[in-house]
Ligand binder design. Sequence first.
Ligand code: IDP
Ligand code: MG
Length: 150
Amino acid sequence: MEKSLLMVKPDGVSRGLIGEIISRVEKKGFKIAAMKMTRINKELAKRHYREHNGKPFFEGLVEYITSGPVVMMVVEGRDTVRVLRSMIGTTDPKDAPLGTIRGDFGLDVGRNIVHASDSKDSAAREISLFFNHDEILDYEKADNKWVYES
Ligand code: IDP
Ligand code: MG
């Protein structure tokens, strides 16, 4: 099964949306293989968002993501990277479709509530940035036979 990194950003935590977001992930049928609440330091934030280094919003993005606690999850299931990206919606919440997390809860591209890895390669890189191998748990979900036909 495929893994991706999902993060509730500091605005999502402060606005009391942790439960809402976890609930959507669970109801979709995904397995949460790891989870922690933490505060990202500047160095880690810059590594996580290295592709955006030099862009006009980079400094603000690092400030934002380090401004308070976040909730990190390793989410596992079928086509997880692609499905989570569609569940979070487009980067700017103003334009994100209703029914997506960003579309339902946000109004500003600089405060877009969640992060999800955008490819299998970034998922692997981001998961190893925030989780040790032994923090990712291997267990069987009881509803798997009803979530997947085979
Ligand atoms: P993504 O989170 O949908 O993958 P990216 O383009 O990878 O979007 O940008 C990473 C993060 O940087 C966004 O989630 C958002 O928090 C922030 N960001 C992107 N573009 C802007 C912008 O134009 N102004 C402010 N923040 C931005
Ligand atoms: Mg991105």
